[in-house]
Design a protein around this ligand. Structure first.
Ligand SMILES: [Zn+2]
Ligand SMILES: [Zn+2]
Length: 169
């Protein structure tokens, strides 16, 4: 996967939203909370995740850049509510009544369990393979055949078996 850097103004908007939501929770619950770490390392088609023990929110940089307003309005309160539910109530069902309470009563946002984003740009369709002489691009169908052991592709030029590079396009 390519490295995606989140523009600074967007990172600042994320921080402001997180701080604003945290203040909302502090006022409501009459308690102060440490600021969670926000990282941009979420991979795949997931918008974000909350690392409860680490007090960390991981955001998907690609989806964040494509869906800025939805992240501000939904994803950040959603993940922060997971942290706060854990802080206040311990290990509870991920989208249970404690989490819904924080979403609806404190943050006043709809308690949606999932986010509807177009994930086309994070779903890779091309897989990069190498042989002894060049780079090859395999489709996801070809790649899946290799994974299932149904097919093994050989370079017509050098005759070497193609091996996956670990990169996608
Ligand atoms: Zn969730
Ligand atoms: Zn070759």
């Amino acid at each position: 996967m390519k490295f995606v850097s989140v523009p600074l103004p967007l990172q600042q908007a994320v921080m402001h939203t997180m701080q604003r939501r945290l203040t909302q929770a502090s006022n409501f619950l009459q308690q102060r909370f440490p600021e969670p770490h926000i990282t941009y390392q979420q991979r795949g088609t997931i918008a974000g995740s909350a690392r409860l023990q680490d007090w960390e929110i991981r955001l998907n940089p690609v989806l964040l850049i494509e869906n800025q307003q939805a992240f501000i309005d939904q994803v950040i309160p959603h993940e922060l509510a997971h942290l706060l539910a854990y802080h206040q109530f311990g290990k509870v069902a991920p989208h249970g009544k404690e989490w819904r309470f924080i979403m609806e009563m404190i943050f006043e946002v709809p308690a949606n369990r999932t986010h509807q984003f177009s994930v086309n740009s994070v779903r890779s369709k091309i897989f990069i393979y190498y042989c002894g002489c060049q780079q090859h691009e395999l489709t996801i169908r070809q790649h899946n055949k290799v994974l299932r052991g149904k097919n093994c592709y050989v370079c017509r030029q050098c005759g070497e078996k193609l091996t996956l590079s670990g990169r996608t396009k």
